[in-house]
Design a protein. Structure first.
Length: 204
């Protein structure tokens, strides 16, 4: 996986983050962060979200992790005061239990092979009462029918980076199995029931 994403970010150098302008307003409005917290950005990529959040929550301590060493190198240049770690899909996070107040995983879970172990690790390093916010492309009955009819090859591209496809139910079940309680759910992009994406906030 790390080889794939190192190559992915090498190709993206100097290019705009295509979906950031669409995703950022939702994150900015809903991310459950308070000043003074310790925050983990799981799948931080090149650090663009941490860069924005640092400006909104200047008293927070942010940490970023990603499978791509290339992305982490770029993120460090953008955020020299933030700590970043390279992690492997399915491995334990390099943090003690109960380390973070908030965890953000923005459009990451659909790229993960070991989703169950990853969410369990998120729950492990989250403080009691802490919150996780996950965003991911939305797949539901009506939208799936349209995809099968008109866009199967485009959405289920075997060379693309997305390997997991979540409905509200499957994402909720994944979080609940890890002992997390769903406290907020929403959709964004286009209109329901063909929303482009969804977000969920869960609490330990």
């Amino acid at each position: 996986m790390s080889i794939f994403y190192n190559d992915f970010y090498e190709k993206k150098r100097g290019k705009s983050h295509g979906d950031f302008s669409f995703k950022w307003p939702i994150l900015k409005k809903n991310v459950p962060i308070k000043n003074g917290q310790k925050v983990l950005d799981f799948g931080c990529g090149t650090g663009i979200i941490i860069n924005k959040l640092n400006k909104l929550f200047s008293n927070c301590k942010f940490t970023g992790v990603d499978v791509s060493e290339t992305a982490i190198k770029i993120a460090k240049k953008k955020n020299p005061l933030t700590k970043f770690w390279v992690v492997e899909d399915g491995n334990k996070f390099p943090f003690k239990s109960f380390s973070f107040d908030t965890i953000l995983a923005a459009d990451v879970i659909e790229h993960v092979y070991n989703t169950e172990s990853t969410v369990l690790e998120m729950a492990r390093v989250l403080k009691k009462g802490g919150k996780i916010m996950i965003t991911t492309p939305y797949y539901g009955f009506v939208k799936n029918l349209l995809i099968v009819t008109f866009g199967f090859d485009l959405i289920l591209d075997p060379t693309g980076p997305h390997i997991r496809f979540f409905t509200k139910k499957s994402l909720s079940n994944l979080l609940k199995k890890s002992g997390l309680k769903i406290i907020k759910f929403g959709y964004f992009g286009r209109f329901y029931p063909v929303s482009r994406s969804m977000y969920v906030i869960a609490q330990k």
